[in-house]
Ligand binder design. Structure first.
Ligand code: TXD
Length: 311
């Protein structure tokens, strides 16, 4: 029985880290795909990663290519193809360029591996995962966007920093669009089961929620060129691992809602069960009136960016 095949469409900052993390977890054989102009870069990254393996003794074959035929029959795709933000840019500013790229990528993946599970990372995420879904014609369980896993990790990080407690014991979720209107569900956040509302003042929690919403831009500003890549890569690998190992993880993901939370026809961050069936289930729960208002607000932003795709 051969190893699973994981193809990374885009071998840049996130793509290179995806390859490293997937290899270290021995998730399968890895293909790093990029455009011909940078085929040398992805071939070089693959070769460098191959030479990293002896130290920890993990087995994974890693290759780089710009030939779509090399991703044939992949089990999982993780798509980062596109350009990242520069300081002062909103994620939505990337739409036109990244939409054109996503249409090409979707058509090729449909041709090469119509049964694959596809994790979209490219921004503007809520529109890009929708575009992939519409162009590929894949069933909704085979397409998911990575955003909430990252946004929730950021929220967890800030809570751990504030309390000085282990980030491992912080659980929380951030729902909605991957943008400034995302919805941290602070009410349900805990540290080891202890509500954060019993550990952190309401004023500081509001500040932490705000920092979470704008955490991506904070790093873009610090970098001056490009956006976060370590945590986004780990967030997507967590999703891919849950699929490949049927872990039934419950992760906030941009999944296609067909009535859940009163939403129909849009990919938006919701608690998602990921297993061998891909997006197996969206876990609904009762929102407070304020949370529902916030979710409806972020949905309007998602609808606007999706409308701009013209799909
Ligand atoms: O949470 C999230 N979803 C976000 C997503 C978190 C962080 C970054 N987010 C977005 O991911 C970011 O705004 C970008 O749209 C993507 C990728 O970010 P990354 O930092 O990896 O960008 P790079 O380093 O520029 O890598 C993009 C690669 C680059 O090597 C290009 O040559 C390649 O994409 N690219 C393509 N690959 C395949 N096919 C096509 N057509 C193509 N065009 C560009």
């Amino acid at each position: 029985m051969s190893r699973p095949k994981i193809s990374l469409i885009g071998g840049g900052q996130i793509g290179g880290n995806l390859a490293l993390l997937a290899a270290q977890k021995e998730l399968g054989d890895i293909v790093i795909f990029d455009i011909p102009k940078v085929e040398g870069m992805v071939k070089g990254k693959a070769l460098d990663l191959m030479q990293l393996r002896p130290h920890d003794g993990y087995d994974a074959n890693i290759t780089g290519t710009s030939d779509w035929n090399d991703v044939k029959d992949s089990d999982v795709f993780i798509i980062t193809a596109g350009i990242p933000r520069k300081p002062g840019m909103d994620r939505e500013d990337l739409l036109e360029i990244n939409l054109g790229i996503m249409k090409d990528v979707a058509a090729n993946i449909k041709k090469q591996a119509p049964q694959s599970f596809v994790i979209v990372i490219s921004n503007p995420l809520d529109a890009m995962v929708y575009a992939f879904y519409k162009v590929s014609g894949f069933p909704k369980n085979q397409v998911v966007g990575m955003a909430g896993a990252l946004d929730s990790a950021r929220f967890r990080t800030f809570i751990a920093m504030e309390t000085g407690l282990s980030v491992q014991d912080v659980t929380c979720m951030v729902l909605g669009g991957h943008g400034d209107t995302m919805v941290p569900i602070t009410r349900l956040a805990t540290v080891g089961g202890v509500p954060v509302t019993d550990l952190i003042s309401a004023e500081r929690l509001a500040e932490i929620e705000h920092r979470t919403r704008f955490a991506g831009g904070e790093i873009v500003k610090l970098f001056g060129n490009g956006s976060a890549f370590y945590a986004p890569a780990q967030s997507a690998i967590e999703m891919a691992e849950s699929y490949l190992r049927d872990k039934k993880r419950v992760i906030p993901c941009a999944s296609l809602c067909t009535g859940e939370f009163g939403i129909d026809g849009y990919f938006i961050g919701v608690p998602t069960v990921i297993g061998t069936g891909g997006v197996e289930k969206i876990l609904e729960f009762q929102l407070t009136d304020d949370e529902q208002v916030e979710l409806n607000n972020t949905l309007e932003v998602v609808k606007k960016t999706v409308k701009e795709t013209g799909l």
